[in-house]
Design a protein around this ligand. Sequence first.
Ligand SMILES: [Zn+2]
Length: 246
Amino acid sequence: MEQQINLLAQLAAVDAQLDELHDELGDLPQDVKKLEVALREKVTALEVTQKSIEELNHLRGTAHVTIQESLDKEQRLAQQQFQVKNNREFDAITREIEHLKTQRTEIEERLRTSGVREENLKTTLAQQEQEVATVREKLTEKASELEERSGGQNDELKKYIDVRLRLSGQIDDALEAEYERIRTFHNNAAVAIKRNSCSGCYSAIPSQRIMEMKYQRDKVYTCEGCGRILFTEDVEADIDTLMAGA
Ligand SMILES: [Zn+2]
């Protein structure tokens, strides 16, 4: 059974490789995500404009018939008004006729302004189409750049992740949690002591402590300067050896 500190040193070596691979991609993954969101928003806006134009065309296509139907209905109502039995019925028909007139005025008003409205909508649509094309082009560019860069990484990445999973399963949960906690501050959360110093912050480590560490392999030591987990240099894992054994 390997010592916990050895396993942790191996985990740190693997994480260093994973961080490096991640850094190679830079901001590309976030850029691609942002562009995808932007594209969806632009396409939605464009669809709203297209729908308005369709509605406008529908109005123009059907207004004539709608108005004629309304006029016919009004005529029928006007005839009915001669046959009412009381004032209440008479008033009800009057209100219905007024309602039809108001509806017609609205349709006529919309028809009258439809030319200007169509012009505005078409200008908006042209701008939106341009914007969609621009964002789509940028997205294609960034996405293929990302694919190109990460494509070469996939096999490597998979190997590191496999090793990482194996190590993670062998490390005590509490120790790994502590390591992960430190990693939120320092990418290299567990470091070797080199030339009697912490290789994370270069604070000097008393030789007495280093001696102690070599005899107490099961105890976890942290740097008083930076809080990183420390291990002696002989514990440091060589990534190539580690991966060769994977
Ligand atoms: Zn330190």
